[in-house]
Design a binder for this molecule. Structure first.
Ligand code: NAP
Length: 329
């Protein structure tokens, strides 16, 4: 297959590009910066201009759009604007470009986020019965911003249809891979420094997905013409933060981890120029549509996933090359 990944130079894009490249597909990443990669990288600016990047998409089989300013920052006015505009504008740009193509891709997967659901301590959120957030009393403004951002992003994506292209918005939970600088590396860094204790009350749920299952879920979404609309991508067993951190400590081989209460997390987030939402918001997201489609997770349980990720993290630190699920099979 010819697979094009606008914004595919980041954490999730690298996981997908590596996976599909090693499976033998022709992968093209659209990036604002030229770079050396094992797959093809074509430069675009993500702005309403035409360019060679359109030829990369015309005649391709799949477009997986991941472009958008990183949400790993403080949510001041300027960053908020850039976070929303970079997602909505690139989505609109791809829509307009595909409308002019003689052979647009047969499927377009657009990133969205599991954060679109409300803070949920009481019950799981699936695509059918889950409640979108935004109006919960007492929810921090930063949480409401993320939900507004995701809602605008999905609205732009579904505003117009394409006669030859099926559309899926991927409401993904946080994707864990052992890559340096990724979310797992960050969390493991806390554990390695003795700071990997319970965060906040510890009762909030963590939704997550192992990178191998993420790639396999994306493949299923590509292959199944009956699947369109919004699809949750998350492991089937969200886990409370206190248990999540304990299992990560055990996977690393330590019992000790300093807990952090809410004000410590707020202080740390301010110091690191990020937001506390990732640690404190309760995400209890489950992938009902994937399950109904017969998807089977390789890593449904966090304890097993954490051990596998730690093992590969150690191997990569020792100089090993990143492995994909294809290489492992
Ligand atoms: N990481 C997760 O677990 C997770 C979970 C749920 C949802 N998501 C969503 O999935 C997408 C990909 O996640 P990620 O972690 O891979 O993000 P990432 O590492 O921040 O990568 C996003 C890519 O978007 C491009 N980009 C940044 N600003 C842009 C702009 N103003 N205009 C056009 N392109 C821009 C960058 O590519 P260039 O600089 O090369 O152009 C960057 O590599 C994001 O939209 C994220 O919100 C991620």
């Amino acid at each position: 297959m010819r697979i094009v990944l606008p914004g595919g130079s980041g954490q999730v894009g690298t996981v997908l590009a590596r996976h599909f490249h090693q499976e033998g597909h022709k992968v093209t990443v659209l990036s604002r910066t030229p770079r050396q990669t094992p797959w093809l990288t074509v430069v675009w600016d993500g702005k309403p201009t035409t360019g060679d990047w359109m030829d990369a998409i015309d005649g391709s089989d799949v477009c997986i759009n991941l472009a958008g300013r990183s949400v790993n920052c403080r949510y001041g006015e300027a960053n908020r604007l850039e976070i929303v505009e970079s997602r909505v504008q690139t989505t609109n740009l791809l829509q307009r470009a595909m409308e002019t193509m003689s052979a647009p891709p047969r499927v377009w997967l657009n990133a969205s986020t599991a954060t679109i659901y409300r803070h949920s301590l009481d019950r799981p959120m699936d695509e059918v019965t889950g409640e979108l957030g935004g109006n919960e009393p007492g929810a921090p403004d930063t949480w409401n911003f993320s939900i507004r951002m995701a809602t605008e992003w999905e609205r732009a994506f579904f505003a117009n249809s394409l006669s030859q292209t099926r559309k899926v918005a991927m409401r993904s939970a946080i994707t864990f891979s052992p890559d340096r600088g990724g979310a797992f590396d960050l969390l493991l860094g806390l554990v390695r420094r003795g700071l990997g204790g319970t965060q906040g009350s510890g009762q909030q749920f963590v939704s997550w997905i192992h990178e191998y299952d993420f790639c396999r879920a994306v493949k299923l979404l590509i292959d199944r013409p009956d699947l369109s609309g919004v699809v949750n991508i998350a492991a089937p067993n969200p886990i409370r933060n206190c248990d999540f951190m304990r299992e990560l400590r055990l996977a690393w081989g330590t019992w000790i981890g300093l807990p952090a209460n809410e004000w410590m997390i707020e202080f740390g987030a301010f110091f690191l120029r990020t937001e506390s939402e990732l640690a404190l918001k309760s995400r209890q997201v489950v992938a009902r549509r994937l399950k109904d489609a017969g998807f089977e997770f390789l890593y449904p349980e966090w304890s097993v996933a954490a051990q596998e990720l730690v093992t590969r993290w150690r191997r990569q630190e020792a100089g090993g090359v990143p492995e994909t699920v294809a290489a492992r099979a």
